[in-house]
Unconditional design. Structure first.
Lengths: 144, 56
């Protein structure tokens, strides 16, 4: 198939650089754009994701992880928000290694900002998935 | 007031990302970002007033 035909069908394979940029963008929000010299976008997108995650953390939010201790649907219900939180890349992994941000105590749940807080952290991960795809598309030449 | 500020911050952060990744030209990005921000705010306020009058 020719390049023009590939473009029309959208079936062209992405170069390795694009996968690398996507990975970098997922690991550190904004890094995928920064490595491509898109400073403004890196600052804007990375800044928004970092601000969302940190403000959620400071408001007393918690991250989700699949613990395996909950049985049945309660255990499975932990997986979708965990996938969302995992979008924050090293922010999530760092919290996991340091053992912070996963506590879900009654005192924490009593905070007036608790529901907002974990939502902010979840949305930070989901927004970073969008940023990661944007960095991938830029590196693949599908976007300017 | 705190709830409104948090909602505004959330709308702004989400609108920044949506606006930046959505369009090809900077002007279009700005307009789309502002539109998303306005939509978040208006829908949030409308929903909050609806919920305010629901007694349960």
């Amino acid at each position: 198939m020719t390049t023009a035909a590939n473009r029309q069908t959208g079936s062209e394979s992405a170069p390795a650089k694009a996968w690398l940029m996507g990975l970098a963008g997922w690991l550190v929000p904004g890094l995928g754009h920064l490595l491509q010299g898109a400073w403004g976008r890196a600052l804007l997108l990375g800044g928004a994701v970092w601000a969302c995650f940190i403000s959620g953390f400071m408001m007393g939010g918690h991250l989700y992880k699949y613990s395996g201790t909950d049985q049945g649907l309660a255990g499975l219900a932990q997986i979708p928000p965990m996938v969302g939180d995992l979008g924050a890349g090293l922010l999530y992994i760092g919290c996991w290694f340091m053992g912070i941000g996963f506590a879900n105590t009654p005192q924490q749940a009593a905070l007036p900002t608790f529901e907002y807080a974990w939502t902010f952290m979840l949305v930070a991960g989901l927004l970073n998935y969008l940023c990661m795809l944007d960095a991938f598309d830029m590196a693949a030449g599908r976007k300017s | 007031m705190r709830h409104f500020l948090i909602m505004t911050a959330f709308a702004a952060l989400a609108a920044i990302v949506f606006g930046a990744v959505a369009k090809d030209k900077n002007n279009d990005r700005l307009m789309y970002g502002l539109k998303v921000f306005a939509e978040f705010m208006v829908i949030g306020l409308v929903l909050s007033w609806i919920l305010y009058f629901i007694p349960f």
